[in-house]
Design a protein around this ligand. Structure first.
Ligand SMILES: Cc1ncc(COP(=O)(O)O)c(C=O)c1O
Length: 520
């Protein structure tokens, strides 16, 4: 059976403003001018993105939306939504049927693990576990390691964590382990309130020979700070903690929810033990989060969820249960099959958009992702994001009465800027921005500890966050809207763009056979 996956349909031409087009037509918004585009994966990594070509793959520009809340979730390109719909004719469960449909779905599902592993530089699918989001992935680490914590141990994390990488450890130390008669401490490393940088000396002072695990965000979703993971890793390595398998070091867990979507990440180069991220911040629809874990750790630790499919075929007895091979040991119950397939294809769309938006090389295939191509694509995205962030920092920084949080240098941060306006409620600011067509987020962004650490009452700020489809013009419009709110002027109403006619299909038809095996 060959399933026809609907072709790349109708990315309507985005009727961008003249400024938009001028600034985006192969030109970087600030100083980074680069050579012409080369073949996919072969061009210089500082090539600018062809942002207008990229935007034609998304629906939001047609609706006049200025989507600057990407740290919460990114927009899905049309291809991924169409792909999801196109899987309907072969809809079946995985690992649970002998029909061709089931076999094909299983092959596509399993191939998605390979794509994810290749994208982050993992040795293979055995070190990838899929959950529903970053939060669940981090909880999975906590529950897997729970029984290994000994009385008197500690876990060290930071005050710049998202609650997802603090509350599970708080709950383990304060609520779960005490009921089992074990006392385990959590310790929080602070950050410099002026610079937003992690206080490495303080972190070093907290890690000792009883530190089983260090948890650290790759990039803060409030301060924007990108943390020095190599330095954190060195501290974890030097602790001398005696792990059950004889290793003498603390494990390192990186919350990479804000890092992976816009940076080249190589888990082997970073040598992290665990790393988590969510696909809804990387173009995919909601529903899939990734836990990378070193294979020997996933092999030796207890699963987080128990039940069907995570057991070895036929190896369940009243007296004994044997677990399935990796990665299926961590896939209990029917998984989010379509979500996994579409999420892996989101990686492929991302690479194509960054490398050659008019000539897809990876989307709709199972073609291996070369490290060079991944690096080139992610470096381009990172470069673009950094330039947008630089522009936003410069524009916002000129507004009277504004306080911007985190590092001043865009190179030190991920692509978001959180701020407060003097005497303004950040939620009201975000609502006023929305009236101007600028989408933002106000609140504590689940970075509650960091807001408290800065003495913010209420613990809230307004945040703008950018991704590869944002243009310099959109940054300027967002900054102008913030300036208007700060000055007490009504922010300009958005000009709604008329619905545009779909552009001709530009990417070739793909088949489900290609998703499983093409060019492998
Ligand atoms: C740094 C960070 N960690 C964790 C999360 C939680 O992600 P999810 O909601 O997908 O579990 C987020 C989401 O905003 C985040 O920014």
């Amino acid at each position: 059976m060959t399933l026809l996956i609907r072709p790349w349909r109708g990315p309507a031409r985005d009727r961008a403003s003249a400024t938009d087009r001028a600034s985006a037509k192969g030109r970087a918004p600030t100083t980074d001018r680069t050579p012409t585009r080369g073949r996919a994966g072969a061009a210089a990594s500082t090539d600018p993105l062809d942002v207008q070509a990229i935007r034609r793959h998304f629906a939001f520009p047609e609706h006049g939306r200025i989507v600057t809340n990407n740290a919460a979730s990114t927009q899905p390109p049309r291809e991924l939504l169409a792909l999801q719909a196109s899987l309907a004719p072969g809809y079946e469960n995985v690992h649970r049927g002998q029909s061709s449909a089931s076999r094909q779905m299983t092959a596509q599902f399993e191939a998605s693990y390979d794509t994810i592993a290749e994208f982050i530089g993992a040795p293979g699918r055995s070190s990838v576990a899929l959950y529903k989001n970053t939060t669940e992935a981090i909880n999975a680490v906590m529950y897997s390691l729970l029984t290994e914590f000994r009385d008197g141990d500690n876990v060290v994390t930071t005050t710049m964590e998202h609650n997802s990488n603090y509350v599970p450890w708080y709950a383990m130390c304060r609520e779960i382990l005490p009921r089992l008669g074990r006392r385990v401490q959590y310790r929080l490393a602070r950050f410099d309130p002026e610079t937003g940088e992690l206080d490495l000396a303080h972190l070093a002072s907290l890690i000792d020979a009883r530190t089983k695990l260090v948890g650290c965000t790759g990039a803060s979703n409030f301060l924007g700070t990108r943390n020095p993971l190599a330095a954190v890793k060195a501290l974890a390595d030097a602790s001398g903690y005696c792990q059950p398998n004889g290793e003498r070091r603390s494990y390192l867990l990186v919350d990479a929810a804000q890092l992976v979507p816009g940076s080249f990440v190589d888990v082997r180069a970073l040598d992290v033990d665990y790393l988590a991220f969510s696909f809804h911040k990387l173009l995919a629809p909601f529903g899939i989060g990734v836990l990378y874990g070193k294979e020997h750790l996933l092999a030796s630790s207890l699963p987080f969820l128990y039940g069907g499919d995570m057991i070895a075929e036929g190896r369940v007895f009243p007296w004994q249960v044997d677990y399935n091979a990796l990665p299926w040991k961590y896939a209990a119950g029917t998984p989010n099959i379509l979500g996994a397939i579409v999420s892996a294809q989101a990686i492929r769309v991302l690479l194509d958009l960054a490398l050659s938006p008019d000539r897809p090389a990876y989307f709709g295939t199972a073609r291996p992702l070369g490290r060079a191509a991944v690096r080139t694509a992610m470096d381009r995205i990172s470069c673009w994001n950094q330039q947008l962030t630089h522009r936003a920092l410069a524009g916002l920084g000129a507004i009277g009465g504004i306080t911007i949080y985190g590092p001043r240098d865009a190179a030190r941060r991920t692509s978001l800027v959180a701020f407060n306006l003097a005497d303004r409620d950040p939620v009201r600011v975000a609502e006023a921005l929305n009236e101007a067509g600028v989408e933002s987020r106000a609140g504590c962004h689940c970075a509650t500890l960091a807001h408290h650490a800065l003495g913010l009452t209420p613990p809230a700020s307004c945040r703008l966050s950018f991704y590869l489809y944002n243009t310099p013009d959109e940054i300027d419009r967002a900054v102008a809207a913030v300036a208007a709110v700060a000055a007490g002027r009504p922010a300009r109403q958005p000009i709604r763009q008329p619905a545009a006619r779909p552009a001709p299909v530009s990417w070739p038809k793909i088949t489900s056979a290609k998703l499983r095996s093409s060019s492998r």
